[in-house]
Design a protein around this ligand. Structure first.
Ligand SMILES: *Cc1c(COP(=O)(O)O)cnc(C)c1O
Length: 397
């Protein structure tokens, strides 16, 4: 079917929860995708930080093929080899001791929220259940994650939100310290805010949150759903900041493109007991086999160095653009999550990029967000920058 035929069917049958661009992407390889009419695009979206290894990565594809021919799903009432293997890889390569698997980012955040309450309940009894979250955060769309998310545009029409969350300014230690009360049980924070506009905390901020948590027996919970799995040039974003959380939420790139979510936690924080929490599909054979292949590829020698190098190359290119385009207000990022803030409507560039053969994304109104597959090459980044050069010039005129 053509783009037009698919769009007509989608309008008839698919719920209009997304403002979709007028193409159906039907095939991908590495950093390139093709639409139903055969047009080629360079991908700077990665399915929103999911396809960190690009499309149809040979290791991931082979793992999925092999697993699909053996067994796809059994209940978590039984032991699941690739789930154990993925849990081991996550723990051996992070601060954590134990992993719990679910199916998405919002579910991972829900699990973190429940875990924080259970941890506090076991140690301190009833009534200590409030979690501090941050302005412009994003934790997902189900009710608790949505209530944790401090962006009003996502709340409108869905009240009442759940109690037990307190939203405070990001990157402001004093307000975090002041917000802690006898009701507080945890702080949940993205080490780098993704949907909120690629906002990076200042030096020392996350460490100070760590100190506040230690002083009050709060769990420090990092939402690395978007920035984990190599996106920032290190396996986990927190490694840039010299601080470890008690709990970390993961999803997006964790399954090499398959649907997966997880929380990992220290033994001390892992307060769940049998029956406390569950997910039917969580950590099933297919997703965790793909996840093992994905993390192995991410940890292959030199891979993360490439991410850091490409990130610097892209930021340097954007900074050079900024010298000629006063419309660019800021360029920021770590590794291959980069925000280019403009004095204008960033979203208006996205359809133009599509037209020109680039998948591109905005984050909040004014930030162009670059989150390409991590194997992106200089030449591809150069092509995007050339496009932006023209598009920003048109925009300023
Ligand atoms: C995308 C995202 C989520 C939600 O993930 P879903 O899989 O869409 O539920 C949660 N937290 C962060 C930081 C995200 O970027």
């Amino acid at each position: 079917m053509s783009n037009q035929e698919l769009i007509a069917l989608a309008e008839k049958y698919v719920a209009p929860t997304y403002g979709r661009y007028p193409v159906a992407l039907v095939r991908g390889e590495g950093c390139r995708v093709w639409d139903a009419d055969g047009k080629e695009y360079l991908d700077f979206v990665s399915g929103i930080a999911v396809c960190n290894l690009g499309h149809c990565h040979p290791g991931v594809t082979e793992a999925i093929r092999k697993q699909a021919g053996e067994i796809v799903h059994v209940s978590n009432l039984y032991h699941i080899e690739p789930q154990i293997e993925l849990a081991r890889r996550l723990c051996e390569n992070s601060f954590a001791d134990k992993a719990f698997f679910c199916n998405s980012g919002t579910e991972a955040c829900e699990a973190a929220i429940k875990l924080a309450r259970k941890y506090s309940y076991k140690k301190h009894g009833e009534g200590r259940n409030e979690i501090l979250t941050f302005d412009m955060s994003f934790h997902g769309r189900t009710m608790a994650s949505l209530s944790a998310t401090a962006q009003e545009k996502f709340h409108k029409g869905f009240s009442p939100l759940l109690p037990g969350f307190r939203h405070i300014p990001f990157n402001d230690v004093e307000s975090a310290a002041a917000a802690v009360s006898e009701k507080t049980c945890a702080i949940m924070v993205e080490p780098i805010q993704g949907e909120g506009g690629i906002r990076i905390p200042s030096e020392g901020y996350l460490k100070e949150l760590r100190e506040i948590c230690d002083a009050n027996d709060l769990l420090l919970m990092f939402d690395e759903v978007q920035v984990g799995m190599g996106r920032t040039g290190k396996l986990w974003a927190y490694e840039h900041f010299g601080v470890e959380p008690d709990v970390m939420a993961l999803a997006k790139a964790l399954g090499g493109g398959t649907a997966i979510g997880a929380i990992v936690a220290t033994d001390k924080a892992m307060a769940f007991e049998p029956g406390d929490h569950a997910a039917t599909f969580g950590g099933n054979y297919l997703a965790t086999a793909a996840g093992c292949a994905a993390i192995d590829a991410t940890l292959a020698p030199g891979f993360l160095d490439h991410v850091a190098e490409m990130g610097e190359f892209a930021q340097a290119g954007l900074r050079e653009l900024a010298t000629r385009h006063p419309i660019i207000k800021d360029v920021r990022g770590k590794g291959l999550i980069i925000g280019c803030e403009i004095d204008g409507d960033a979203a208006s560039i996205v359809p133009k990029a599509l037209e020109a053969g680039f998948l591109l994304l905005a984050a909040v109104g004014t930030v162009i967000r670059l989150i390409p597959p991590l194997m992106v090459e200089k030449e591809m980044i150069g092509q995007l920058i050339e496009f932006l050069d023209g598009a920003l010039k048109d925009m300023a005129e």
